[in-house]
Write a protein that binds this ligand. Structure first.
Ligand code: SF4
Length: 260
């Protein structure tokens, strides 16, 4: 592995075998979960809104929906079947995205000056690790302070742990961003409820976070050492029922060489 990312290491930690199918073998998943493609398309709508802000334009719902459709079509063109949750359908999700964008526009009136929108950050987090890469949803100056935002979509309000954001802040700091050391971190969650809500969750506790960031990097070093040692055991859990590599997992025998 020449690079690591939050999603790669999270995938490894949740199930090393799944990581192996996805990241080492490059096996195509059995299907695309609708939540995955929906989340990506909503992200594009939000990025379009923030790009407009940078130019002094307030995007409307129709503009955000154009970005949503574009991303949805791009993912659908990959040719994998899309698996919808319960009573969901493509048109149900489109209507939901519109309601979510309306809720977001009401929420986003108070804002700063964006300087990164859906932009890559790349940095070496430790000598033991290859380069870390990630996409920052939004970084902006608010009252001269840096605020880094990550957008989430979720069925209902939930608390996020700040692992991903702490790493992104540290990567920004290592890549020379002014003000990153004290950047405030927030998740903005758009709920998929009938009446969508927009919920902020902040972390602005730099001293505690520095120690926590150090611990996370140690965990990443361990995970990376395990990947290099080709430790790719199955980790069965409730997540197996939603696993997009279930077919490969069933047919792959434990005694089979990993590189066959
Ligand atoms: S089905 Fe379960 S054990 Fe198998 S790869 Fe998926 S998550 Fe891992």
């Amino acid at each position: 592995m020449k690079r690591i990312s939050f999603s790669a290491i999270s995938a490894y930690m949740s199930c090393p075998k799944k990581f192996y199918f996805q990241r080492i073998m490059g096996i195509k998943p059995d299907y695309l979960p609708s939540a995955f493609i929906f989340g990506g398309a909503v992200h594009e709508g939000l990025a379009e809104f923030n790009r407009g802000r940078r130019e002094g334009i307030v995007a409307d719902v129709a503009t955000m929906m154009q970005a949503y459709y574009h991303e949805w079509r791009k993912r659908a063109a990959e040719g994998l079947p899309i698996q919808y949750m319960r009573s969901e359908s493509e048109s149900y999700l489109e209507a939901l995205a519109e309601r979510m964008f309306r809720a977001f526009l009401d929420f986003s009136k108070k804002s700063g000056e964006p300087f990164m929108i859906e932009e890559w950050v790349r940095a070496k987090l430790s000598p033991e690790l290859p380069k870390f890469v990630g996409i920052i949803d939004l970084a902006e100056y608010v009252n001269r302070e840096v605020v880094i935002t990550d957008y989430k979509t979720a069925g209902k309000p939930r608390q996020h742990d700040f692992t991903q954001m702490l790493l992104y802040r540290y990567a920004l700091l290592k890549s020379g961003c002014n003000g990153a050391a004290k950047a405030k971190l927030r998740y903005v969650t758009l709920t998929k409820e009938a009446q969508p809500r927009v919920i902020e969750q902040w972390l602005d506790d730099p001293e505690f976070s520095q120690e926590r960031t150090g611990r996370i990097i140690k965990q990443y070093e361990q995970a990376y050492a395990d990947i290099k040692a080709e430790k790719f055991d199955r980790r069965t859990s409730w997540q197996c029922q939603y696993c997009v590599f279930a077919e490969a997992c069933r047919s792959h025998k434990p005694s089979q060489s990993l590189h066959n």
